[in-house]
Design a protein around this ligand. Structure first.
Ligand SMILES: Cc1cc2nc3c(=O)[nH]c(=O)nc-3n(C[C@H](O)[C@H](O)[C@H](O)COP(=O)(O)OP(=O)(O)OC[C@H]3O[C@@H](n4cnc5c(N)ncnc54)[C@H](O)[C@@H]3O)c2cc1C
Length: 690
């Protein structure tokens, strides 16, 4: 008889675990509290007249549509087509491996769900009353992308961005330090330093603080720069940068070509159910019973009735704030590390999406927009442009032409319209304030009006934001998100607990990804399934797990730093490469002074540039060449690179036994290696694969 696995929670972690298990011959049941699958990654069908003009409650207005899709009877309002809402927009950076691999194994019409991912081409930094900055979201391959890099450099030189060149250089040095630091130093030191302190934001300009302090932490990962740990923020920032500067990576940013549940979660659930997974909705886990060294059962509450569910293995894919209260003392006796979950559950922050339905297309950028100056740390995606097969005019009353999906990542800073923090605003005030902050960043003094009030048809805010019964503040958020604060790695559990039949598969688990994302939830699920396979002695292939990839070319620096770290020496760049950039940047700065690039001359330069640009436009539009062609790596070099096993430092050293650990600190191998002698000159040696 097949072994039975009970999965608690049907978000990305739970569904990923179910996927791997069902394909390895287990019986799988999922118990999910909500009536919509997908957890925080869900999209929600929105019934216009019910949204923020009425609907409140746990499930939100999309439930009826979901029922309809699952064969329930239609109600009075259900005759209309539905608009898509979502908990928050979905972004799949280029460095994601695990979740993409799973999406590649979900059938969708004649292809796979992974076919529904679309590369973005731009990243826009919008400034209130300032110059916007458009960056390519991948290595610039087209003349247009090169042009936007050129534009950004020009703005940097002329000081219009606000961050000075020395500040940019200072930040680049800090990023270089992380990139060339060993994993051991990152885990031992950077984990304990706040990002704000590491990039010395207090001593820099307000714009520096906005871009490199709050921009990278608040806007991207909902964490406060002062308390976010440097290891996580640095690692993720580097991954995003590597994806942009690496010509072999097609993009640093992908989105879906339709609402998440339509083009991913629903086909996924169909696939899982077709393989035999039982996905029970409206089922809340209320207790995990532990005795005699293992979990004996879980208690499920449905429609006011409690039942005990039994399995051979239990995988908890509940979010941290729901998991922590279920950690009974007996469970903690089974695995004392689980007692840390209560502490971890305090480290959550609010991040939620709001959608604006507008009556004309507003393709602000072909990708994500970061609203650098907004107090509520807004980011957005104009979704219509990425949904070619989704005719929004056929939905609801037929007026909608675009969906501007916005994530609010700061709920504690006062807004510009009502002077209140988001968590103290009514739902309507949240919508009005967000819209106002967007307008201030996008519409400028010169009459450019990207967002017009008359185009706003209505809006939708996830019902997760609801009146706080405790009245600490006006609203509560039913589904907050884990943020990686300083020195919290030690509280994070492994997917395989010390209890032999109990596993964890959610975004707070220790993973290489190390940031609460869909990628981390999927990686955690793979680790949990591997744990089950180990426990039952299965010879099924283990789920694949990837480390975060960092360029091999930096390996000598990281190894050098590893040697220094093991000798208690601080980080040091042996080649002092970043110092070489100093004279170059000074030369640039002097050149820009000589050219008198002040506001007036910039305007003239821009005019001249615009003329040249318009003359050259046909060239840009006619793809005479792709930069890709120019970047083609010659075949002999390619094959050499494929054969390179490692680029290691040489120059004499001593033999030393070292224990290799992976980036989550688990021991993987013990080897004897020649270590770097830090007192001797540093050279590179390329070792061929044998
Ligand atoms: C606004 C926002 C935007 C985001 N954008 C991105 C993005 O662009 N890219 C990215 O990679 N990540 C993004 N994330 C993070 C990502 O959505 C989450 O990290 C990921 O979805 C977590 O998956 P999970 O399965 O671990 O947890 P969850 O999604 O929280 O799933 C847990 C499930 O358990 C259920 N549950 C809770 N309690 C119980 C109970 N007692 N009994 C039964 N079931 C229960 C919940 O209903 C839920 O379905 C975003 C998050 C937010 C909040």
């Amino acid at each position: 008889m097949n072994k039975k696995v009970i999965i608690l929670g049907g978000g990305i972690g739970g569904m990923s675990a179910a996927h791997e298990l069902i394909e390895r011959g287990f019986d799988v049941e999922i118990y999910e509290r909500q009536e919509i699958p997908g957890g925080k990654a869900r999209s929600i069908p929105v019934f216009e007249s019910m949204d923020d003009r009425g609907a409140q409650g746990t499930q939100g207005p999309g439930v009826a549509k979901w029922r309809q899709m699952r064969g329930h009877e239609l109600g009075r309002h259900d005759q209309r087509p539905w608009l898509p809402g979502e908990h928050g927009f979905r972004f799949f950076p280029g460095f994601y491996r695990h979740i993409v691999d799973t999406m590649d194994r979900i059938p969708y019409e004649k292809g796979r769900v992974s076919d529904n991912m679309v590369n973005t081409t731009q990243l826009l930094l919008a400034r209130e009353g300032g110059e916007e900055i458009v960056l390519p979201s991948s290595f610039p391959r087209t003349p247009q992308a090169l042009k936007s890099v050129f534009d950004a450099v020009l703005k940097l030189l002329s000081g219009t961005i606000g961050v000075s060149l020395p500040e940019t250089q200072f930040f680049a040095k800090r990023a270089w330090q992380i990139a060339t630091s060993s994993h051991e130093r990152r885990l031992d030191q950077y984990e304990k330093i706040g990002w704000w302190e590491f990039i010395d934001a207090s001593s820099q300009s307000e714009d520096y603080q906005k871009f490199f302090g709050h921009g990278i932490t608040r806007s991207l990962v909902a964490s406060q720069a002062h308390i976010a740990n440097t290891r996580t923020i640095g690692n993720i920032f580097l991954q995003l940068v590597f994806d942009i500067i690496d010509p072999s990576v097609s993009t640093s940013d992908r989105v879906l070509n339709g609402p998440t549940n339509e083009v991913w979660i629903r086909p996924w659930l169909n696939y899982l159910e077709s393989r035999g997974v039982q996905y029970h909705m409206n089922c809340s886990v209320t207790n995990i019973a532990y005795s005699r060294g293992k979990v004996q059962s879980v208690t499920i509450e449905q429609d006011g009735r409690s039942t005990h569910v039994l399995g051979d293995y239990y995988v908890s894919a509940l979010p941290i704030e729901r998991m922590a209260p279920l950690m009974s003392l007996s469970l903690q006796e089974g695995d004392p590390r689980l007692s840390h979950l209560a502490e971890l559950a305090k480290h959550v922050a609010w991040m939620n999406g709001i959608q604006f339905y507008v009556t004309r297309p507003v393709p602000i950028a072909h990708g994500h927009v970061i609203f650098v100056d907004t107090p509520w740390a807004l980011t957005s995606v104009s979704q219509g442009q990425f949904w070619p097969d989704y005719d929004l005019s056929k939905f609801s009353d037929g007026d909608t032409r675009d969906v501007l999906s916005v994530d609010i990542s700061d709920w504690e800073t006062k807004g510009v319209l009502f002077g209140k923090q988001a968590s103290d605003c009514t739902r309507e005030e949240i919508a009005l304030e967000t819209w106002e902050q967007l307008k201030r960043s996008l519409n400028d003094m010169n009459g450019r009006e990207v967002l017009r009030d008359e185009d706003l048809d209505h809006w939708f805010l996830d019902p997760d934001i609801r009146q706080d019964p405790g009245e600490r503040r006006l609203q509560e958020n039913v589904e907050p998100l884990l943020v990686n604060l300083k020195d919290t790695w030690r509280f994070r559990p492994n997917a395989a607990t010390a209890i032999p039949n109990f596993f964890l598969a959610s975004d707070y688990v220790r993973t290489h990804t190390d940031l609460a994302t869909m990628e981390a939830a999927n990686e955690a699920a793979r680790r949990a399934v591997n744990g089950i396979l180990d426990q039952c002695g299965s010879d099924s292939p283990r789920c694949k797990i990837w480390e975060l990839h960092e360029p091999e070319i930096l390996l000598p620096w990281r190894e050098y730093d590893q040697a220094r770290w093991s000798r208690n020496l601080p980080w040091q760049d042996p080649l002092e490469l970043m110092d070489l950039t100093e004279p170059m940047l000074h030369a640039f700065q002097e050149a820009s002074k000589l050219a008198h690039i002040d506001a007036e001359s910039l305007e003239k330069l821009s005019e001249a540039y615009a003329t040249v640009n318009s003359l050259a436009q046909p060239l840009f539009e006619f793809p005479l060449f792709q930069v890709d062609d120019l970047l083609e790596v010659p075949k002999p070099v390619q094959s050499l690179m494929e054969n390179v096993r490692q680029i290691v430092p040489s120059g004499g050293g001593q033999k030393e036994a070292i224990t290799s650990t992976d980036s989550i600190g688990e021991k993987v191998a013990e080897t004897v290696e020649e270590k770097i002698d830090t007192t001797r000159p540093y050279r590179l040696r390329i070792v061929q694969k044998t």
